[in-house]
Design a protein around this ligand. Structure first.
Ligand code: DGT
Ligand code: MG
Ligand code: MG
Ligand code: MG
Ligand code: MG
Length: 253
């Protein structure tokens, strides 16, 4: 077919093939979830419905895109790790990022009712996303450790903050002032000595975030196995995690 005179506009498009041999991380984050969580009456500091819905949306994305080997979620964000040797969409960055983001967002809306029941979705939520390349295994591990450290710092702060308000009768400002300049050990101490709360006994999903990986499961009574996506609530900063799940850093041959 003859080319139209308009065809030249394609030349304005740019090539965005991601560097080979690097881990691809796509991180998605809810837009203005400060307001969204407020309008939808999320429990503070952690709303189990919201976190489980985020996990469900992430599992949907992983079921569809098999080259995602691991995902990590906390709060209103999810990170997806694609194998460093993936050739998904010829490693076109925007194609990968926008598909993951839009499937995540539509799943979040699609499954909303299953988690929030009577609480109606009041307006369409949006998520931003970015794609980041990590050339070494160490960089990838440090990226995930960074996100999990963030989960820990925020959760310890938020748990103490809301305990001071809900159980200690402090105002928001008073709680904020009380916590200003405190170390982790101070917050643990406030929780324990003033409220009898041992932070170690808080729910592990709140403390560690959710790690999703694929594990081979034997089907009972059959000589078969299949890969299933499983949630883990482990410390991924430790070597132990990467030794136990050594397939994560291995290259398929
Ligand atoms: P952004 O990402 O720049 O558009 O703005 P935000 O407001 O989404 O800020 P971000 O992503 O740094 O922080 C996440 C917000 O979502 C934060 O205000 C707390 C809220 N949020 C996330 N998960 C929960 C939850 O389980 N319960 C409650 N109450 N709030 C949550
Ligand atoms: Mg943000
Ligand atoms: Mg956000
Ligand atoms: Mg966030
Ligand atoms: Mg098309």
């Amino acid at each position: 077919m003859a080319k139209s005179k308009f065809e030249y506009v394609r030349k304005f498009e740019f090539e965005d093939r991601l560097l080979p041999n690097c881990w691809i991380v796509v991180r998605i984050d809810g837009r203005n979830f400060h307001k969204f969580s407020d309008k939808h009456k999320f429990e503070k500091p952690n709303d189990l419905r919201a976190l489980n819905l985020m996990n469900r949306a992430a599992v949907t994305v992983m079921e569809e895109f098999k080259d995602i080997s691991l995902a990590y979620g906390e709060s209103d964000e999810y990170s997806f790790v694609l194998r460093k040797d993936t050739e998904l969409y010829n490693r076109r960055g925007t194609k990968i990022m926008t598909y993951l983001n839009s499937l995540f967002t539509s799943s979040f809306v699609f499954f909303w009712k299953e988690y929030f029941n009577e609480q109606k979705l009041l307006y369409p939520p949006a998520f931003d996303s970015r794609v980041v390349l990590y050339p070494t295994d160490e960089n990838l591990r440090d990226y995930l450790s960074w996100r999990q450290a963030d989960t820990h710092i925020n959760n310890l702060y938020n748990t103490t903050f809301w305990t001071l308000i809900n159980k200690g009768g402090l105002s928001n400002t008073e709680a904020q002032e009380r916590l200003s300049g405190t170390l982790s050990s101070d917050k643990n101490e406030i929780l324990f000595s003033e409220f009898g709360i041992n932070y170690n006994n808080e729910p592990v999903m709140f403390k560690k975030g959710t790690i999703l990986i694929r594990k081979r499961i034997k089907i009972p009574d059959q000589n078969k196995s299949r890969l299933v996506i499983v949630p883990l609530y482990e410390d991924l900063m430790q070597d132990k995690f990467w030794n136990e799940h050594s397939e994560l850093l291995e290259i398929k041959s």
